[in-house]
Design a protein. Structure first.
Length: 733
């Protein structure tokens, strides 16, 4: 469907093709004056391919001057380019009673003019073609996302909606639909209903069609000009007084079942000619009474009732209903995942972990950085290698392939040593880069080694290469892996183990850690704040070179020289430890807890940081009171998604945070206060409050620094300057 202002264009391929006009470009002109400036572009557009029409037919309702406009001097050049390419025929049509008169023909034979006139004397062919172009299923059929179903206001469930108004995208299309409704009226009544006084629409979304029909009735000299009223499909029908027969027309936007059509006739004691449904499916009961029937093949498959989540729909505009926001309060009962967090505690003194740092090989900044070289030096890891590798090592192992980094190369040498002590001879150690059939023993067992893995693209690439040249046993040895979800790890393992030869393939892994890119984003957004020289220059330099494990968070204290320290009894670390600046380990623990709550099924779905429904799920502000140590609060701010810290839609939560931050402002330069971390979260809009609450917090910090001249006050002042005014409260719809 193409259009220029005032014109609606579509293609019609007659069921019985006529000579010289198998594919007709039909141009319907809306009633009114002709805009001559659009005619050259219109003629060019309708003649474009890839399949060029065999003829162009233009239709004008009444004598609106289209023929005169085409014959005027400014259009002669356009017509000259047009002439000889295909016939151009202009008909003047009378809306009611329907009649056709030839107004102009260019390049058309007498036989073609007669054939086209005969064909257009009836609307049975070209009118449905125009409606099909307007109500294209790709446009008007809206399918629910996979795994979801719409819950209609009637409480029925469906995997799709028909939205007729989406096809009514311009006034020319609306006028064409009104013309089609008028033809339906004249067909059913034999004339324009003389007592038609009321046009009813089931939604204001299609009210433009009713007004266009009223204009069309006026053009056809109808004895009365009807009023236009609307009602809502669900519930509103009962409030409409029953019109007298033949005095009204109810226009229903769309119905896949035609239920409203039958209900209107039954409850209002009217006939089928008193109601028209714009769009339905061709196989629906009573579909013959609809203006247009969509092909059955365009109907989306219904989601199984047992597997689909609901998206509740309310109102005539079919807006999804936002479920009440849910706040999640972290606890070890519901969110403890010791299997993945205990290693942060066990390895806390090894200083393996950091964040916002990149490996030399990739250059990608990591949300959880693991020092692979330091990992190889830890006794715990060495003992695990010496214990587990011999158990899975195959006799006759001939080659150790390692990921292209120094730590993996060192680990591969040690695995080769273990293989040699177990009786394997001639064990070769080589980098996995460039592996092919010329340098791999096709049948001998292989060990593939990677000290630290993220998404594991290098190992997946190696696995793909080995499928072409190796059919023997294979062992993938992974020291530690950082993933976004456990399902990602399971998929990763399945890909490594895939073999059309059914080769025995094992994956041996020491640890899995969960993390999200939101951690990296938090540091990147903070770095963007430091555009000008200021009191936080040292912090900017630290982020640029990669922060140390105990300097991930902004400092505290009057002189900004107190690192945030973890005190005893951290809820997610069960065993004892001495207080220290375990910033990387605490951030890793909190990131794992939050990511697990997002991506893994918990015992109580209400405790998950996600929802299958249209629902805002946020961290309960109470978390910042329950975990009241600055280091844990900083970790929550870094590891949470911005949506989980967005309290603009919850007045109580926003006010709670404003009260908490106001109290922090009073002691902003006290040691172990995460004042700067909260201000960075607000300045970067990772945490958002209602406008009034944000102003309260900003004013509280301004008052607190007025009498202070220490470095901390300077840093707070710098961040307050970057603290942009909060936008109006967020509304989803």
């Amino acid at each position: 469907m193409t259009s220029q202002p005032g014109f609606f264009s579509f293609r019609w391929r007659p069921d019985r093709p006529m000579a010289e006009a198998e594919d007709i470009a039909v141009v319907f002109k809306v009633p009114g004056a002709v805009d001559r400036s659009v005619l050259p572009d219109l003629l060019e557009t309708v003649c474009q391919g890839p399949v060029v029409p065999s003829a162009v037919v233009m239709l004008q309702c009444g004598r609106d001057g289209l023929v005169e406009a085409l014959q005027a001097a400014p259009l002669q050049n356009a017509l000259a380019r047009f002439n000889g390419r295909m016939p151009l025929v202009v008909f003047t049509i009378q809306p009611a009673p329907y009649a056709v008169k030839l107004g102009m023909a260019l390049g058309a034979s007498a036989e073609l003019k007669h054939e086209l006139t005969t064909r257009f004397m009836s609307t049975a062919g070209w009118l449905p073609a125009g409606l099909a172009a307007i109500f294209d299923p790709k446009t008007v059929v809206v399918a629910a996302p996979y795994g979801y179903a719409f819950r209609k206001p009637s409480n029925e469930r469906s995997s799709y909606f028909i939205r007729a108004e989406l096809g009514l995208s311009n006034s020319a299309a609306v006028t064409f639909v009104a013309f089609a409704i008028l033809q339906r009226l004249v067909r059913d009544y034999g004339r324009i209903p003389p007592a038609l006084r009321l046009l009813l629409v089931d939604t204001m979304n299609v009210a433009s069609t009713a007004f266009a029909l009223r204009e069309m009735l006026s053009l056809a000299n109808a004895p009365t000009v009807p009023q236009v009223e609307s009602f809502h499909s669900y519930g509103g029908l009962d409030e409409i007084a029953s019109p007298l027969p033949d005095t009204s027309l109810c226009i229903v936007s769309a119905s896949s079942s035609m239920n409203l059509h039958r209900k209107w006739i039954r409850e209002k004691a009217l006939s089928a000619r008193d109601i028209v449904t714009l769009v339905t499916f061709a196989d629906a009961e009573d579909a013959q009474h609809a203006l247009h029937g969509l092909p059955t093949s365009a109907r989306p498959e219904q989601s199984p009732p047992s597997s689909a989540y609901d998206i509740r729909i309310a109102g005539e505009y079919f807006f999804p209903v936002m479920e009440q926001p849910r706040k999640v309060l972290l606890s070890t009962t519901h969110h403890g995942c010791e299997e993945y967090t205990r290693n942060f505690h066990l390895l806390r003194e090894r200083r393996l972990f950091s964040a916002f740092r990149a490996t030399a090989a990739s250059g990608t900044l990591r949300s959880l950085f693991i020092d692979a070289n330091a990992l190889l030096q830890t006794p715990e890891f060495q003992n695990w290698i010496d214990t587990m590798v011999p158990q899975l090592l195959k006799a006759g192992t001939a080659q150790i392939l390692f990921q292209d980094d120094r730590a993996s190369a060192v680990l591969a040498q040690h695995v080769a040593y273990i293989a040699t002590t177990r009786g394997c001879t001639g064990v070769l150690v080589r980098c996995a880069t460039g592996i092919d059939a010329s340098n791999v023993d096709r049948n001998a067992p292989i060990v593939c080694v990677a000290a630290v893995v993220g998404r594991g693209n290098a190992l997946l690439s190696l696995s793909r290469d080995l499928r072409n040249c190796h059919v023997g046993a294979r062992l993938y040895l992974i020291g530690m892996q950082v993933a976004e979800s456990l399902e990602q790890v399971r998929t990763f393992d399945r890909n490594l183990k895939h073999s059309s030869h059914e080769s025995p393939i094992d994956v041996l892994r020491r640890n899995v850690f969960l993390s999200s890119e939101t951690v990296t984003d938090s540091f990147r957004q903070e770095l963007a704040l430091y555009q000008e020289p200021g009191p936080l220059d040292a912090r900017r330099d630290s982020l640029l070179r990669g922060p140390k494990a105990d300097e991930l968070f902004l400092p505290s204290g009057p002189g900004m020289d107190d690192a945030l320290v973890l005190n005893v009894d951290f809820a997610f670390w069960r065993a004892a430890y001495d207080p220290s600046a375990y910033q990387a380990e605490v951030l890793g623990t909190i990131a794992t807890v939050l990511q697990n709550a997002r991506t893994s099924p918990l015992q109580s779905p209400l405790q998950q940081l996600r929802s299958p429904l249209l629902m805002h799920v946020a961290l309960d502000p109470e978390n910042f009171a329950r975990f009241n140590e600055g280091i844990i609060q900083a970790a929550l701010l870094r590891a949470a998604l911005p949506s989980e810290l967005d309290y603009r839609g919850d007045a109580k939560a926003s006010n709670y945070m404003a009260t908490l931050l106001t109290r922090i402002a009073i002691r902003f330069d006290a040691p172990q206060m995460a004042s700067l971390e909260f201000l960075v979260a607000l300045a970067t809009r990772r945490m958002q409050l209602n406008a009034a609450d944000a102003t309260i917090v900003r004013d509280a910090f301004h008052r607190a620094i007025q009498q202070r001249t220490n470095p901390m006050a300077g840093a707070v002042r710098c961040l307050l300057d970057a603290f942009a005014p909060t936008q109006p409260n967020r509304r989803a719809f």
